[in-house]
Design a protein around this ligand. Structure first.
Ligand code: C2E
Ligand code: MG
Ligand code: MG
Ligand code: MG
Length: 286
């Protein structure tokens, strides 16, 4: 939508750039170096309890600080990364970084620390034979309790039995699984029978005009009823107004995420949000 941080804006002033296709091919080629050169970074968006706005967790969202193009949002390079397979090393980096951050927050912020960090995982990663071991190593190396990690997968990422088996192995480790962008793909309901998910994240396309479009409200209601019946957490994505929040809360959503509660933030800024007093200790000032 128009409110989204402008897709394509980042390419508008690159000399000689004629098509988005060229941009994607170039980005794909540069991504390998980007990982090694430390150009990727993560912002953390608050996930709140809708009854009182308390921050219960965060979602880790990757960005690319491109030397010429500035900050590139994930929508501009994750698709290319999935096609080339680079999403595997990229995702491994995000996972370790997010686990390390969450582990540090648990240590420095104590009771005020967010309860979980959500990490987005692409289908391509899920079906890697060593994916589950990679997650286990990330937890062990960062000292993070598996109950503080949520793996976010989309309906389209859970393509086969291998993907489902990987998710089950993560559940057996007590990691939580959220079904992201819920409702936007074709196969949603069957997945609820086969996949060991613990939460549904209602896609923001069902939230953006929920206060005026009856069908959005009807779908949002159906999803939260289903989540309740299945004893899953329900998280509403893309909440931008108080009116949306009130409506979703009344429908039964306990958790939400969106600009109303906070944009994706640098780690220090997130810490300041959850623990203003504590986080100033040892904070970088330069
Ligand atoms: P997602 O996992 O559904 O993440 C939520 C997206 O919605 C984020 O966009 C977030 O900034 C945006 N958002 C949150 N609240 C609002 C709101 O109130 N209004 C609007 N308009 N947008 C809101 P972002 O950071 O650009 O990420 C886009 C997508 O890129 C993510 O969607 C996810 O699918 C993917 N992505 C991000 N990081 C990673 C990653 O590390 N690995 C993989 N595989 N995919 C990632
Ligand atoms: Mg997500
Ligand atoms: Mg989502
Ligand atoms: Mg999304």
């Amino acid at each position: 939508g128009a409110k989204e941080r402008g897709k394509g804006d980042y390419f508008a002033y690159v000399p000689g750039m004629t098509t988005r296709i060229v941009a994607h091919a170039e980005l794909g080629a540069q991504l390998r170096e980007a990982i090694d050169a430390g150009q990727l970074f993560i912002e953390y968006q608050p996930i709140v309890r809708l009854c009182d706005g308390h921050i219960v967790g965060t979602e880790a969202l990757v960005r690319w600080r491109h030397p010429e193009r500035g900050i590139v949002p994930p929508a501009e390079f994750i698709p290319a990364a999935e096609q080339t397979g680079l999403v595997v090393p990229l995702g491994r980096w995000v996972l370790r970084e997010a686990c390390a951050q969450q582990s540090r927050w648990r240590q420095t912020l104590g009771a005020a620390a967010p309860g979980s960090v959500g990490v987005n995982v692409a289908g391509r990663q899920l079906t890697e034979p060593d994916f589950v071991a990679t997650v286990g190593a990330a937890l062990a190396d960062t000292g993070l309790d598996p109950r503080h990690l949520i793996i976010e997968v989309t309906e389209t990422a859970v393509v086969d039995a291998a993907a489902t088996a990987a998710l089950q192995a993560l559940r057996d480790m007590r990691i939580r699984i959220a079904l992201d962008d819920f409702g936007t793909a074709a196969s949603s309901l069957g997945l609820l029978l086969t996949c060991p998910v613990t939460a549904l994240k209602l896609d923001r396309t069902f939230v953006d005009r929920i206060t005026t479009v009856n069908r959005q409200e009807a779908v949002a209601m159906a999803v939260v009823r289903m989540a309740q019946a299945l004893e899953l957490d329900a998280v509403a994505e893309g909440i931008e107004t108080e009116e949306q929040a009130v409506l979703l809360r009344n429908l039964g959503y306990r958790f939400g995420q969106g600009y109303l509660y906070g944009r994706p933030l640098a780690p220090d800024d997130l810490a300041t949000r959850v623990a203003p007093a504590l986080s100033s200790v040892g904070r970088r000032t330069g």
